[in-house]
Design a binder for this molecule. Sequence first.
Ligand code: HEM
Length: 418
Amino acid sequence: MRRLLIRSAAAAASLAVMLAATLPGTATAQSAAAPAASSSQAADAADAGTTANPAGTTAAANAASASNAAALSGPPAGFVAPVMPLPEDSNAQRAKSQPLNNAPFWRGVRESGVNAGISNLPGAEKGVLIQPFVQYPGSRHTNAGEAWRQVRNEWIIPYGGSLVVITLLALALFYFTRGPIGGHERHSGRLIERFTYFERAAHWANAIAFSVLAISGLVMAFGKFVLLPLTGHSLFGWLTYALKTGHNFAGPLFAVSLVIVFITFVRDNIPSRDDLNWLARGGGLFGGGEPPSGRFNAGEKIVFWGGVFALGIVVVGSGFVLDKLLPGLAYLRPDMQLAHMIHATAAVFMMCLFLGHIYLGTIGMKGAYRAMKTGYVDEGWAEEHHSLWADDVKAGRVPAQRSQRRPPPVLPAVAQPH
Ligand code: HEM
C-alpha cells in the first residue's frame, strides 16, 4: 500500500513535470537552460522515488512563472516589433511591414471595380478583378459577377428549365387528351398552293438554325444536370464545346433567315377584325369548330409578332453582343452579363412559344406539316382551317397557284379521326 502511494505520488509528480515541460512559457525558460535535461531528470527522479529530487519539480514551476512574468513584462530584450501597417501603405511597403498579409492589396482587389488596379491580364478591364456592386433583377446587392451568377443559377436555370418542361408536359397532355386538331374536312382533290418553294426554303432554313440553337442552348444551360451524369466529363466537355461552336455559327444564319421569314410572311400576318373573333372563341378549342380566319389565324399571328418579330429581335440582338458581332461596343463584363441574362430569358420564352408552333406544325394538326413540306393543301383543308382564305382563293382574289412550279399530281386525303 505504502509502495502504491509512493509510486502514484511519484507518477503525479513526473506528470506535473512533464506538463510543465510542454507549456510554452516554461518551454521558453526551460529551453533557455536545457529543456531536454529537465524533463528526463524529473522522470528519473520519479522512477527512482520522489524523495530523490524534490528540487526538479519546484525548478520547473519556477521556470514557468518566470516566463509568464517575462511575457507580461513585454518582449524580450532586442526584439524589434514590425512596423504597424498603415491603410495607405503601398504594396511594396506592406510587403516589408506585413509580408503575406496584404489587407490594402485585397481591399484594392475588392474595390477594383471602382478604382481599377493594374494587372497583366489580357483584354479590357484588366485592372478590375472584382466588379463594382450592383443589383440585377432577382439578385442581391453584390459585386456584378456574383449578381449575374445569382440571376443565372437562382432564376434562369430553375425557372426557365421548369417552364420548358411544363410546356412540353402541357403539349403532351393536350395531345393525349384531345388528339390532333382537324381531319374533318371534305377531300375535294383540288389543290391550293399555300407555300411557294421560296417560302418553304426560307422557313426550313430558319427552322433548322433555330433547332440547332435551341438544342445547343439547352445543353449549355442544363446539360450539366441532365447529360453530364450520363456521359462523364470528357465526352460532355467535347459535346458542349462542339455545340457551343455550332451555336455561335448557327446564330448569324438564324438572324439572316429570320429577317427573310419576317419579310416573306409579314403581309399575311397583319392583324384583322376576324382575329378578335378567333381569339374570343379560343381558336375553336372550346368546341364549335375553328372560327373563320385568313391565310394565317390569330394564333399564328401571335407567334409571328411575338416570336419571329419581338423575341426574335431580342434574342438575335443579345446573341450578337455575346458573339461580339456588333461594332462600337467595348464588350466589357457588364455588357456581356446583361446580354447573357436578356438572351437566356428571351430564348426560354421563344423556345416555349415555338414548341407550341412545332407541335401544331408536326403532330398537333392534321395536314399542317404536309403544307410546309409540299407547299400544297387540299381545298377542303383550307376551308376547315382558314375558311376566309379559302373563300378568297375560290373567289379568285388570291391565286390558287402562285409559283411557276407544277403542283404535285394528287394529295391523298388527310386521315379522318376515328
Ligand atoms: C422544327 C421546327 C418547325 C416546324 C416543324 C415548323 C412547321 C411549320 C408549319 C407546318 C407551318 C405551316 C402552318 C400553316 O400552314 O399555317 C409553319 C409556318 C410558319 N413557321 Fe414554322 N416550323 C418550325 C420552326 C419555325 C421557326 C423556328 C420559325 C421562326 C423563328 C418559324 C416560323 C414560321 C412562320 C413565320 C410560318 C408561317 C405562318 C405564319 O406566318 O404565321 N417556324 N411552320
